[in-house]
Design a protein around this ligand. Structure first.
Ligand SMILES: CC(C)(COP(=O)(O)OP(=O)(O)OC[C@H]1O[C@@H](n2cnc3c(N)ncnc32)[C@H](O)[C@@H]1OP(=O)(O)O)[C@@H](O)C(=O)NCCC(=O)NCCS
Length: 211
């Protein structure tokens, strides 16, 4: 799409393709969410969308994608990429930032359908987001926040050498959770870029949207 060049942005890893979904693909992504992302009674997100009933969970995925595109500004953007394995959508990788041109800081988030977890895809997804942030956009640092008991998310950060950056106690549905923020700096990324190599295509036309 000429007037929304992010539709041409594509990240590739050994097994995955990450790009904006078409509406049909977004529908498939919503179904992946409806089929399950976290175990029952587990809360891993500050906005507990993944613990909502399946129909609401799916709809929130669709609306979140539309909202992120509609609300996009250079000062406050949220890139929500669908993740494809052999052409099938399996999850979502986010990269977002406020005042990126000034702070050089971005943050990531990610999720996979339950049946696609623990097969190394999360590691490839994070690598793709980090490559886009550092190599593509020139970020200075990237953060990730995971609840204390989210072993998978925190393990992915460990694989890329993130350092602890503070713990925030937040309330979700009336209960307290410790959200651990971790950070990776550009200088450290270069030592970890080989964990999961990433290809970036279609970025040059998108740069004015990011900074
Ligand atoms: C978080 C998530 C995206 C990670 O993706 P993944 O594909 O499952 O992770 P990987 O298979 O790449 O595993 C990365 C590392 O985490 C470890 N790991 C994965 N799941 C784990 C678990 N449940 N407990 C402990 N370690 C785990 C793996 O052993 C691996 O380490 P290793 O390579 O040293 O063996 C995925 O588990 C998920 O979608 N979880 C539910 C949603 C969620 O929590 N999103 C993040 C919110 S902050």
């Amino acid at each position: 799409m000429r007037h929304w060049p992010l539709t041409g942005l594509q990240l590739t890893t050994a097994e995955l393709v990450l790009r904006l979904p078409t509406d049909d693909e977004l529908d498939a992504l919503a179904q992946v969410a409806a089929d399950g992302v976290v175990p029952d009674d587990v809360v891993y997100f500050p906005q507990p969308w993944a613990s909502a009933p399946p129909v609401e969970r799916a709809r929130s995925v669709v609306q979140n994608h539309w909202w992120a595109r509609g609300d996009w500004t250079r000062d406050n953007w949220r890139l929500l990429l669908a993740v494809f394995l052999d052409g099938q959508v399996i999850g979502q990788q986010n990269l977002s930032a406020r005042d990126f041109a000034i702070t050089g800081e971005a943050r990531t988030g990610f999720w996979l359908g339950s049946r696609f977890q623990r097969q190394g895809y999360g590691t490839q997804m994070r690598a793709a987001a980090l490559a886009l942030a550092f190599d593509g956009l020139g970020a200075a640092r990237v953060t990730s926040t995971a609840f204390a008991d989210n072993a998978a998310s925190r393990a992915v950060s460990r694989k890329f050498g993130y350092r602890p950056n503070g713990v925030h106690r937040i309330a979700v549905d009336g209960r307290p959770y410790d959200a651990h923020e971790e950070v990776i700096e550009a200088a450290d990324w270069h030592g970890y870029a080989s964990v999961a190599p990433v290809g970036i295509a279609g970025l040059s036309d998108c740069i004015p949207l990011f900074h």
